[in-house]
Design a protein. Structure first.
Length: 317
């Protein structure tokens, strides 16, 4: 059979690996789904292939300024830094010190040394860090809010942008956003009812509405966003979905770990019948199945922690 690309195929793969349909696997369907969810959560929390690094752009709204925090999408697990609000990373004009250095002292790499230039730029960077500093923030993914410890009335204005460096988990399932959307064939604006666009989407995501997929350009509020091009037809009260990343289901670690968790559940179910002799002289031994599964899980987790875990310093929040 081909590599699993959906939840149903992954479920069948794990059961087949345990012996189904040659033998019965005494695990309820809901228990299998629960163990798959557990395996996926562990994979997304600790495996480096379970997340991706992104730079999330956010346009500040008047509501952000008044409450002092912004929504962060549910899929974001870690926030590593917020890029500075000053102009140290922006284009420079002709009166800027860096422009003058490049114009007069470093106009030709073949005739002058760039050592003094590099030392000067490091000194300027240190001065920026000393006087401007890095924006301080607090984030916990359980409530999806990013608190910036700044003076919201002075340091930033509504309509300005800032960029967040963060990690987002890879979701193999199709994601359905909250609320409903209204789309138009004459406008690039999508409006929502009961939506939280800033909490469900990241700019650059491809969202499917009314069977048509478009790229999100800008999220202007929780109920309004701009997409790349109008939809072919006008529609109201439509669900919004994002396709999952199907390759996740074929990850080697996830397949091993999911199978081991289902095997442990199988042994857990049979342990209460340990020692009971079945017709034909067969004796149930759920404890042995459970012990084997526990040992397999321990080895899989140890191997993952040794080779596949992201560096601990990125785990902020």
């Amino acid at each position: 059979m081909a590599a699993p690309a959906t939840r149903a195929q992954f479920r069948t793969y794990c059961l087949r690996r345990l012996g189904f349909p040659v033998i019965d696997i005494n695990v309820d369907d809901d228990q299998v789904e629960d163990r798959i969810d557990d395996a996926l959560q562990y994979f997304q929390d600790y495996h480096f292939d379970g997340t991706e690094k992104i730079y999330m752009k956010h346009q500040v709204t008047a509501q952000d300024v008044s409450r002092g925090w912004i929504y962060v999408p549910d899929a974001v697990t870690f926030v590593t830094r917020v890029l500075p609000f000053d102009d140290s990373n922006s284009s420079v004009n002709m009166f800027d010190l860096r422009y003058q250095l490049r114009l007069h002292d470093l106009y030709d790499f073949t005739s002058v040394s760039y050592v003094s230039y590099e030392i000067t730029m490091q000194h300027i960077s240190t001065l920026n860090l000393l006087f401007s500093g890095q924006p301080q923030f607090r984030f916990n993914r359980k409530h999806d809010k990013l608190y910036l410890d700044i003076d919201w009335t002075r340091d930033i204005d509504a309509g300005e942008y800032f960029v967040i460096e963060c990690y987002r988990k890879l979701n193999p399932d199709t994601f359905t956003a909250r609320g409903t959307a209204n789309v138009s064939s004459t406008s690039n604006t999508v409006t929502g009812t009961g939506t939280t666009f800033s909490g469900d989407f990241v700019e650059g995501d491809y969202v499917t509405i009314n069977s048509e997929t478009r790229r999100i350009i800008t999220i202007t509020s929780d109920t309004s966003m701009e997409i790349a091009g109008p939809y072919d037809s006008t529609a109201t009260d439509q669900t919004m979905t994002i396709d999952g990343i199907s390759q996740v289901w074929n990850d080697k670690f996830l397949k091993q770990y999911g199978t081991a968790l289902i095997k442990k559940q199988w042994g857990e179910n049979l342990k209460k019948f340990g020692g009971i002799q079945m017709p034909g002289g067969v004796t149930l031994n759920g404890k042995e199945i459970w012990d084997e599964a526990v040992e397999e899980i321990r080895k899989i987790e140890e191997e993952m922690e040794a080779y596949n875990v992201l560096p601990p310093e990125i785990m902020v929040g």
